[in-house]
Design a protein around this ligand. Structure first.
Ligand code: NAI
Length: 342
């Protein structure tokens, strides 16, 4: 069970309701792209965390108002606004966790890869600043296409001599959140109990929910497996189409990203029982970056949950083989971009 829904939320509710946080706030978090559709609700959720002492909001525009607004919430963290490239270094100094939702979202008819040309450059520039100002921070990449932007970030960090693969994460938590929700609905389970690992990458068929690993243990018909898998893979498009040109998932994404931030902070705080799925440098398969369940600790990734990959069903094994070439191509595209520009 992921404790975001349990321990962290209870702590948040207690601290917001009683105005007396039970946990000592001590970590600094920066959100880059904080004035955007994801950035704003994400910043609000991070502002609720009792583990955060400083919340740095960075964007190229409109972030001053967001910070003024959030700063009136009587939770422990101090909120500061940073606008434009000249203030980026200050936004990052001393930060423990950097979250990057900067960039353009999809419109109907677009794939995540269609965003590459704009978002690749944005992520590259921002990660260069991270490398120069807080190379030791956990880096959470939300900007799509995650399958390419994470390898770009890795190359940039390598170029600056500060790459630590244990601390670079592509945020795929929304795939897990969606899988948990859809499975609970389909099988009439209590949502809080459901946990479905999702492996592979974060686009179309590269998103592979391991329904056979669902907790609590539950059986699915072949039709249910097909229907749920396809729905989880296309859930982002469901939202893009429903928003009809007004962007992609922002609120559920903010929720998912806040869960990943809270998990990272708990790990940094010494909690020894923190597991999340994330798209990271990996040796679980021959694909160099791969999403899987990882154990988080003070120094980043502590372990990979290898057991998830053993005893896959035929359906899952076929899905895994099918996703590898697309995932590899997206990774190579990111690496080529980062090195062409270097
Ligand atoms: P948005 O357009 O509402 O917000 C993006 C923000 O980034 C804006 O405030 C913009 O000013 C800012 N920005 C642009 N260039 C910047 C730069 N160089 N430095 C700092 N800030 C900059 O977009 P939204 O909906 O918040 O989505 C952001 C990204 O997240 C998109 O790439 C989207 O595809 C991705 N996304 C990822 C998901 C995931 O599961 N990993 C899920 C949903 C969206």
């Amino acid at each position: 069970r992921n404790s975001f829904e349990t321990k962290a939320v209870k702590q948040n509710i207690q601290s917001v309701a009683c105005l007396q946080p039970k946990v000592q706030a001590s970590f600094k978090v920066a959100v880059l792209g904080a004035a955007g559709g994801i950035g704003q609700p994400l910043s609000l959720l991070v502002k609720m965390s009792p583990l955060v002492s400083d919340l740095h909001l960075y964007d190229i525009a409109n972030v001053k108002g967001v910070a003024a607004d959030l700063s009136h919430c009587n939770t422990p963290s101090e909120v500061l606004a940073f606008t434009g490239p000249e203030q980026l270094a200050d936004a990052l100094k001393g930060v423990d966790v950097v979250v990057i939702p900067a960039g353009v979202p999809r419109k109907p008819g677009m794939t995540r890869d269609d965003l590459f040309n704009i978002n690749a450059g944005i992520v590259k520039t921002l990660v260069e600043a991270v490398a120069d100002n807080c190379p030791d921070a956990f880096i959470h990449i939300i900007s799509n296409p995650v399958n390419s932007t994470v390898p770009i970030a890795a190359e940039v960090l390598k170029q600056r001599g500060v790459y630590n693969p244990k601390k670079l994460f592509g945020v795929t938590t929304l795939d897990v959140v969606r899988a948990n929700t859809f499975v609970a609905q389909k099988k009439n389970l209590k949502l809080i109990d459901v946990d479905v690992p999702v492996i592979g990458g974060h686009a179309g068929i590269t998103i592979l929910p391991l329904l056979s690993r669902t907790k609590p243990s539950v059986s699915f018909s072949n039709e249910e497996i097909e229907e749920l898998t396809v729905r989880i893979q296309n859930a982002g498009t469901e939202v893009v189409e429903a928003k009809a040109g007004a962007g992609s998932a922002t609120l559920s994404m903010a929720y998912a990203a806040a869960r990943f931030v809270e998990s990272s902070l708990r790990a940094l705080d010494g909690d020894s029982d923190v597991y999340e799925c994330s798209f990271v440098q990996s040796e679980l398969t021959e694909v160099p970056f791969f999403a899987s369940r990882i154990k988080l600790g003070k120094k980043g990734i502590e372990a990979f949950v290898n057991s998830d990959m053993q005893g896959l069903t035929d359906y899952e094994s076929k899905g895994l083989e099918a996703l590898k070439s697309e995932l590899k191509a997206s990774i190579e595209k990111g690496i080529a971009f980062a090195n062409k520009q270097a």
